[in-house]
Design a protein around this ligand. Sequence first.
Ligand code: MN
Length: 311
Amino acid sequence: MDKIHVIWHQIPDTDATISSIVFAEYLKYKWKKAAPYKLGNLNNETKFILNYVWVEDPETIKSLPAWSKVALVDHNERAQTIENIADLEIHSIVDHHKIGNLETQNPIFIRTEKLCSTSSVIYKMMKEEGIKPNKEHATLIISAILSDSLHFRSPTTQDEDKFIVEELNEIAKIPNIEEYAMEMFKAKSDLWDISIEELIKIDYKEFEVNGKKLWVGSVETTNPNYSLLRKTEIISGLQKIKKEAWLDFIMLSVIDILKEKNTTILWDEADFKVISDIFWVNVLDNLADLWSRISRKKQVIPELTAYFNKN
Ligand SMILES: [Mn+2]
């Protein structure tokens, strides 16, 4: 039996990492051979969570031998997945993002729902099959929901996500969910030992719209000043990435989790114009105040996609 490699996008965030761990578990319950793999380094929030439950960090891969089977979790776009995806066989996709541009050779299984995390979707699939997660997996799924929804602050949060957390906490028994979420966010905001390039690339999505390459990064933090004080270095970094990756647009949003505020750093005039045209804001000193748009998925990407489809 061929092993299914459960992989997630190039930049692993907490939901992506946890989705791959629990989806591999789900596939094993269904008598498949499966294991999670990551394509990049974990962020400090994810490290904190895996440490909390004593679950091992998945193995890192860059590419896979031709014809290997893969399951994609928490992403579905060519620009975000494993480099040699064209040589691989896609077994399944489980996601909660907009549908992008991936083409498959064979019929595949796809499940995507408008929930705040891919882990929520996988939990529903488990429930439908009568699979009860153990304490570790219940804690992991709760963590993924808290991470992707910024503890239910994000407008992507559905009532269903909140019910799932309640239901799973009967197994996970996290004493205080709010305190636990704060611990996670503090770990995520611990950025003192990372380079400027790592900071810029801590959580980004690359897209193609109408032949244009867009790059949208986020730093979700309880301490936005750490990033904002390094603005000058960040701007040079954005300039470098835009040139090297042949991008048509690049932005980096610093998201203050507690104040629910988005301050976006931009590099050049062309990108200033895009942001002021879309959001009706002024760009001052390379900064745009995007107010409470804390969800990239719901409050930034759709507007950018519509704009670049017209322009
Ligand atoms: Mn996600």
